[in-house]
Design a protein around this ligand. Structure first.
Ligand code: F6R
Length: 365
């Protein structure tokens, strides 16, 4: 079943292009610049009346939720709040008519997420579930749903489910936009670019050897910092989580601009700092953060857009991603981070598919 791969995690990282194609299949109507879903169970009129969205989830799925906030606010023009499921269910979340709660869960069985769903329903709010496992409890108890179509994810660390969560949120955000102010042309432009993403991920997967070399160089580090901005801030969190989970190296993710408010004190020649710095609106600002780290002798590993040689002489190591739209870049930037965590763990001889103390689905609080 593993085919040419040695572990499920590696197999699942490499399945991402195909998983995304499966999530897009049958849902994209290019001529109309539109998306169609089978199971939302809401009329277009009900969708247009949504005035606020609250997304709730745990772990990696919560990182996808943070990206969803950017996407839905940007394309769907609806305000979004994101909450950890465990926090949501024990607060007094103020929910009103016109609110939609979205729960995101690969397994569809996570206890905190399931209870957050039940709490929202108890308050009379409609719940949309984004799950991977067909027929899971969250899928069954949600009012409507979007299946991730990532295929079974066996490795404990989530990879292809995460990218398909982001794809589903992109599709949903475009769908919301098209029912409101987004033009036909803009819908078409976004969907055409989205359809090119699987091929672009393939190009990143082909950089495996470069990524292995970087893993060799840094696998003995005791701490890592991951920095990104905008839609790539949640990717920084996700990169840090992947490293913690499978390689047991302490890592933290931050919005790059927050570095100067504290974490900068940690930087010395032993601290690798991973910058997610594709060419986007915030690129120049991230570059100035790179200079700040180098001035303190930190080691910089940068995820850059193709052909960016502007900062090359300031960074210690670089990984390249193909150009895409800013809003879709997390689908690309996360891949080298998954691979780097993977190879560091393998070099350390660890069981990446079953990291210590972790379970694939967390059905206890
Ligand atoms: C990280 C990871 C966990 C899960 C979290 C939620 O790689 O796998 O953080 O993302 O336990 O799980 P689901 O999505 O099944 O609700």
């Amino acid at each position: 079943e593993l085919g040419k791969h040695e572990t499920y995690m590696e197999k699942e990282i490499f399945e991402q292009p195909e998983a995304i194609r499966n999530a897009l299949r049958g849902r994209v109507v290019i001529e109309e610049g539109m998306v169609k879903f089978g199971g939302l169970n809401m009329t277009e009129e009900e969708i247009r009346r949504i005035s606020r969205i609250v997304i709730t989830a745990c772990g990696t799925s919560w990182h996808a939720a943070l990206i969803g906030k950017y996407l839905i606010e940007r394309f769907g023009e609806i305000p979004v709040e994101v909450d950890y499921a465990s926090e949501f269910r024990y607060r007094n979340p103020i929910l009103k008519e016109g609110d939609l709660v979205i729960v995101i869960s690969q397994s569809g069985e996570t206890a905190d997420t399931l209870e957050a769903l039940r709490e929202a329903k108890r308050k009379g709010v409609r719940v949309l579930g984004l799950t991977n496992v067909v027929g899971s409890t969250i899928a069954r108890e949600s009012d409507g749903g979007i299946y991730l179509h990532a295929g079974p994810e066996i490795g404990v660390a989530s990879t292809k489910a995460f990218t398909n969560q982001v794809v589903s949120l992109i599709l949903f955000a475009i769908y919301l936009g098209r029912l409101k102010n987004m033009s036909l042309y803009e819908g078409q432009r976004l969907l055409k670019e989205l359809s090119l993403v699987p091929e672009k991920i393939q190009q990143i997967l082909e950089q495996q050897d470069t990524i292995k070399k970087i893993a060799e160089k840094y696998h003995e580090a005791k701490n890592f910092l991951y920095l990104g901005r905008g839609v790539n801030y949640p990717v920084a969190l996700e990169g840090a989580l992947k490293l913690k989970e499978i390689s047991y190296i302490h890592a933290e993710g931050y919005p790059a601009a927050e570095m100067k408010h504290g974490p900068i004190a940690l930087i010395d020649e032993f601290m690798p700092v991973v910058f997610i710095a594709p060419r986007d609106a915030l690129y120049e600002k991230v570059v100035s953060n790179i200079h700040e780290v180098k001035a303190r002798h930190g080691k910089v590993i940068a995820i850059l857009s193709d052909k960016d040689d502007h900062v090359l002489r300031y960074v210690d190591d670089a990984l390249y991603i193909p150009q895409t739209m800013e809003e879709f870049s997390p689908l690309l930037t996360v891949v080298p981070l998954q691979m780097m965590a993977y190879h560091i763990a393998r070099i350390k001889g660890l069981d990446v598919d079953k990291p210590r103390n972790l379970a694939k689905s967390v059905t206890v609080e």
